[in-house]
Design a protein around this ligand. Structure first.
Ligand SMILES: [Zn+2]
Ligand SMILES: [Zn+2]
Length: 297
């Protein structure tokens, strides 16, 4: 396993399942973190999981052609996970995409219907300017539900309903020839099924709800209310739907994974404190991610 992290700068080795965290923020925007989106590459095929704010720019930054994304999987339809869908749908098409398969929970069809109704004239104008109907008019959706599986010659993808405020799924990617496995939890509270789902995985990527606050920017815009730890009332509401770093570590330990990557941070996370908190309960490798963090298994 190799991890490339912009801070620790560890990388190398041939990836069987290469997972890149394009954006690692929660819904509150800061300039150093984009919204949630993760690319899982298996046998050269990029599977984009979620499409939060700034996803298209982060694909470019990570040298992934938006036109190459032909499989998009949504974990759930909160804005920090889907706001760039319309951008990707149109830009990927004009970049040469020939087809797009979208997998996701309830609401996925609405998103595609919205694309066709809100941007009908825009799409028609681009077709007049020479772009083909293929790639935009043939977008297909598949409703994900408990037990849903997707299989190609190279990869087996499984879903797990997780515990969030709306219908939400975690995804497990297993490369078939080696068994290399990466699990993405999406937004969830801690529950027993999660460690069963992730059992034995090489890498587990978990979103966190509330994390220790670190240094705030000395210049530029600062979200003042996020420069202090959350008050108890908000904290307890959020923790109905998200895990703490300690809980993520407990799940990783129960599952026996090699590496735990944490993401989905409130502004100004203290990454050292997050990793130290996890290390109290999990003795595998732990990374509090920054945008561009890559985990190869
Ligand atoms: Zn959410
Ligand atoms: Zn979220």
């Amino acid at each position: 396993m190799t991890i490339y992290d912009p801070r620790t700068d560890l990388h190398g080795g041939a990836a069987v399942v290469k997972t890149t965290l394009l954006g690692t923020a929660n819904p509150i925007p800061t300039l150093d973190r984009a919204g949630n989106a993760i690319v899982v590459e298996v046998a050269g095929e990029p599977y984009l999981v979620d499409c939060g704010p700034r996803t298209v720019y982060e694909l470019l930054r990570n040298e992934i052609d938006p036109g190459d994304v032909e499989n998009l999987l949504f974990t759930h339809h909160h804005m920090d996970h889907n706001l760039s869908f319309f951008h990707l749908a149109i830009v990927g098409w004009t970049a040469g995409r020939e087809s797009l398969e979208i997998y996701g929970p309830t609401g996925t069809d609405d998103l595609v219907d919205g694309l066709y109704s809100l941007w009908e004239e825009d799409i028609a104008y681009r077709q007049e300017a020479g772009y083909p109907a293929e790639g935009i008019e043939n977008i297909a959706t598949t409703r994900v539900s408990e037990g849903f599986e997707l299989e190609t010659d190279e990869v087996h993808i499984e879903t797990l309903p997780v515990q969030h405020s709306i219908e939400t799924y975690g995804y497990k990617f297993t490369e078939k020839s080696t068994g290399a496995t990466t699990v993405l939890s999406s937004d969830t509270a801690k529950f027993d099924g999660l460690s069963d789902f992730a059992a034995g995985a090489n890498a587990l990527v978990m979103t966190c709800g509330i994390v220790p606050v670190g240094e705030t920017p000395e210049e530029g815009f600062v979200w003042e209310r996020y420069t202090e730890p959350y008050e108890e009332e908000r904290r307890s509401v959020l923790l109905n739907y998200h895990v703490t770093p300690t809980q993520a570590g407990e799940i990783a330990a129960d599952a026996g994974v090699d590496t735990l990557v944490l993401t989905h941070f409130t502004p100004y996370p203290d990454r050292d404190a997050i990793e130290a908190e996890v290390a109290e309960v999990f003795d595998g490798e732990v990374v509090a991610a920054r945008d561009g963090c890559t985990v190869s298994v």
